[in-house]
Design a protein around this ligand. Structure first.
Ligand SMILES: *Cc1c(COP(=O)(O)O)cnc(C)c1O
Length: 227
């Protein structure tokens, strides 16, 4: 597992896909998802040039934060219980899983400053997935004016577990369409310029459909829990 080589491969994919669809590769940022790997592996990613780290559990994030600290940008990408907000709030730059009013209220209350949030959309409709039904996203975001510490920087989604290209593409493009709807509202607290979508298996297609943050675990830093 050489993180540096993996990152080179992902970076060249970003350039290639962006050329294909006429996007600027600078728009696509890579979040190294380190939930399955050690602190040492996360540090290897930073040495290879990664500046964004993503974790999906509060313990995992805090453990790595202790060692790595402010030398990178921290993304909380997992489902977030309201009672855990206070544990992570001073250690995260972005929260990717805002999907309910009670969570918005808790983030707003605990935050010492504006927190950059992605509203999570369950675009695939799978009941096992977190996130709002696409039809509920606009009204949810309109409600968020009540929480001054919340800034909606974008939308986040997880694609369904499938290799069916049409299904994946439809999922990503639906979220892109929703993003345009939110932008059209012109809410100062919801510029919604970012799209967090694409993981190890599907990031190329997510970039084609407009992703600005791709969240890569296995294909970048590996999975040390799987030997
Ligand atoms: C684990 C995880 C990822 C990365 O998954 P890989 O398939 O290993 O790239 C991305 N996003 C979320 C929300 C995750 O939980």
């Amino acid at each position: 597992m050489v993180v540096k080589e993996n990152l080179q491969k992902i970076t060249s994919d970003i350039v290639e896909v962006c050329q294909k669809v006429g996007r600027d590769p600078q728009e696509v940022k890579v979040i190294a998802v380190t939930k399955y790997v050690s602190i040492a592996r996360a540090q290897e990613a930073i040495e290879a040039g990664i500046s964004n780290i993503g974790e999906n559990r509060d313990e995992g994030l805090l453990e790595k934060w202790e060692t790595i600290g402010r030398s990178c940008t921290w993304h909380f990408i997992g489902s977030l219980q309201s009672r855990k907000v206070k544990n992570i709030i001073d250690h995260v730059d972005y929260i990717h899983s805002l999907d309910r009013t009670s969570l918005a209220k808790e983030i707003d209350k605990r935050a010492a400053h504006k927190i950059k949030c992605f509203v999570q959309v369950n675009a695939s409709g799978e009941t096992s997935k977190q996130g709002l039904n696409p039809s509920a996203v606009v009204s949810f975001i309109k409600e968020l004016h009540r929480y001054p510490n919340i800034e909606v920087v974008g939308l986040m989604t997880m694609a369904p577990l499938t290799t069916d290209e049409q299904v994946l593409r439809a999922t990503f493009s639906q979220v892109k369409t929703l993003q345009k709807e939110v932008q059209a509202l012109q809410l100062t607290y919801a510029p919604c310029l970012e799209l967090s979508m694409g993981m190890s298996q599907d990031y190329r297609m997510a970039i084609e459909e407009g992703a600005t943050y791709i969240r890569i675990g296995t294909a970048l830093v590996g999975n040390e829990t799987k030997g």
